[in-house]
Write a protein that binds this ligand. Structure first.
Ligand SMILES: Cc1cc2nc3c(=O)[nH]c(=O)nc-3n(C[C@H](O)[C@H](O)[C@H](O)COP(=O)(O)OP(=O)(O)OC[C@H]3O[C@@H](n4cnc5c(N)ncnc54)[C@H](O)[C@@H]3O)c2cc1C
Length: 473
């Protein structure tokens, strides 16, 4: 009896639910990965994410190949066709996989279940709670996070599970195509700062255990590097949600007298992740449309219409230093601090009136941790058009956000080096410096660094008016 374990975004052996479940019934298991031709020919994917995926997959393949009689069998092509072939080749009697909740993945998995002649068993793995597991008292999915998270914390949670011993029968495997073969190359001026794969995930988690105690106090300060940076690992499943949750619980148990508010705040973020996954599952149309219907007909400016502003925005040249620092961090490293994700997205909306779908396309390409549910959730939150969103009249001020969350301008100086000599009192509003002062710190505003491309006060008023008009229609 042989089972195929079709691995997609759980790029690990440990606590891999589909694998654990397959081994309840089978001793011979073929961990199987299809390099999906539809996925990789998709122009929406960018280098950071593909590199993280690629290196994690390679590590998993090496890791299995180095164990006796195990392998990760790779094929390139269309997943359903390749599954049909391997089932026949291996004379397998079942397929196991972990569930994925994006519309594309759901359609692909439904097709596989329809087409294959053997049972296809799918399991919850990438989230703690899925689909309709947490419902309101009237049995509807939650739209408000606070109530959802209360139940999320109360509900019993699964622990990580060990993988029993198994062997993989001899089956030919393709090589993992190189990034070049897949058509991806490192963008100019890009710094790769990640260690993908299982080892990278373990290191991140270990390092974060020091920081978690003060997470609640520090997490909003971009320059402090106080968050876990586990998001790409959770995205590609090099670590499981159960492992990270229970590791934090273990810390609490080992330190019974310690203040554990940092741990609680961090676990709340894991609940946000589940919350947005269930929003995407229950309202898949939010990939295309705002969750709040009254804003469906808003006419945003496309990136073509707003070409100059769009370019200034994505290149970090808006004249708003905190926003620019965030956008440059993203371009250079494939990651951006959460506070900045909120600030730049709010700026794209309320100050530049850019189409949120263009922003989504750009972010998908740029973020190493691009995760549909959290990204759509985050963008629609900042655009005031999503579930439990920022109210449209509470507009982030891009200057004071910097003053509050980067008071000494350390983060700005790191990512906007032309402002590195600007004194603390001017770092957030360098355009207000006199010419003499500009000369003293070696930056000419309007020449070396731009003046603000829009007036925030005016744009804020205009945005609120447009939202109010949309609500009246
Ligand atoms: C516009 C916008 C776009 C975003 N796009 C993504 C995305 O593509 N992928 C992604 O993983 N997160 C996204 N987020 C959420 C959040 O910014 C990142 O998860 C976080 O910055 C990742 O850093 P970390 O791993 O250090 O997080 P930590 O602060 O250490 O949090 C731990 C984990 O909790 C989860 N998490 C944290 N905050 C959120 C949140 N607000 N929503 C959902 N899950 C959260 C992540 O899995 C994260 O790794 C987005 C937020 C916004 C506002």
């Amino acid at each position: 009896m042989t089972a195929i374990v079709w691995i997609r975004r759980s790029l690990r052996e440990h606590d891999n639910t589909a694998l654990v479940e397959a081994l309840e019934e089978h001793e011979r298991v073929i961990p199987f990965y299809v390099v999906d031709e539809n996925y990789f020919s998709n122009a929406a994917l960018g280098y950071p994410r593909v590199k993280f995926w690629h290196d994690s997959l390679e590590e998993l393949k090496d890791n299995l190949a180095n164990q006796e009689q195990k392998d990760l069998v790779i094929r390139e092509g269309s997943p359903v066709d390749e599954l049909e072939k391997i089932v026949e080749e291996a004379d397998a009697d079942a397929v196991y996989h972990n569930k994925d909740y994006s519309p594309y993945a759901r359609e692909r998995d439904e097709k596989a279940a329809e087409k294959l002649d053997v049972p296809v068993n799918s399991f919850k793995d990438i989230v703690m709670f899925e689909e309709k597991e947490i419902l309101t008292n009237s049995d509807t999915p939650y739209k408000v996070y606070t109530y959802y998270s209360k139940k999320w914390f109360e509900k019993e949670k699964r622990r990580p599970r060990e993988v029993k011993d198994y062997t993989t029968p001899d089956i030919e495997s393709d090589e993992i195509p190189s990034l070049e073969e897949l058509g991806y190359e490192k963008p100019e001026d890009f710094t790769w700062e990640w260690k993908p794969g299982r080892e990278g995930a373990k290191e991140r988690l270990e390092a974060f255990k020091e920081k978690i105690w003060n997470y609640d106090e520090n997490r909003d300060y971009a320059w402090k590097d106080s968050t876990s940076k586990l998001s790409p690992h959770l995205k590609f499943g090099t670590v499981s949600i159960r492992e990270v949750f229970w590791e934090a619980e273990r810390l609490k148990a080992r330190n019974p007298d310690a203040d554990t508010s940092g741990i609680k705040t961090w676990q709340e973020e894991l609940a946000w992740r589940d919350f947005y996954m269930q929003v995407l599952y229950n309202w898949p149309e939010t990939v295309e449309k705002p969750f709040l219907e009254q804003y469906e007909d808003i006419e945003w400016r496309s990136k073509e219409e707003a070409e100059e502003d769009w370019k200034a925005f994505i290149n970090g040249k808006t004249g708003y230093p905190f926003v620019d620092a965030g956008m440059r961090q993203l371009k250079k490293t494939g990651w951006m601090h959460n506070r900045l994700r909120m600030v730049v997205t709010s700026f794209a909306c309320k100050d530049l009136w850019l189409d949120w779908k263009d922003l989504h396309e750009y972010f998908k390409k740029m973020f190493v941790d691009a995760e549909k549910a959290s990204m759509i959730g985050g963008i629609q939150w900042a655009y005031s058009i999503g579930t439990d969103a920022q109210p449209y009249f509470r507009v982030f001020n891009p200057f004071s956000q910097g003053e509050d969350y980067d008071p000494d301008g350390e983060y700005i100086r790191k990512w906007v080096p032309e402002l590195s000599e600007v004194p603390d009192e001017d770092i957030h509003r360098p355009h207000e410096m006199s010419e003499e002062k500009q000369a003293e710190c070696g930056v000419e505003i309007g020449e070396d660094y731009p003046k603000p491309i829009v007036d925030h006060g005016e744009k804020r008023e205009e945005a609120i008016e447009k939202f109010e008009e949309a609500r009246e229609d």
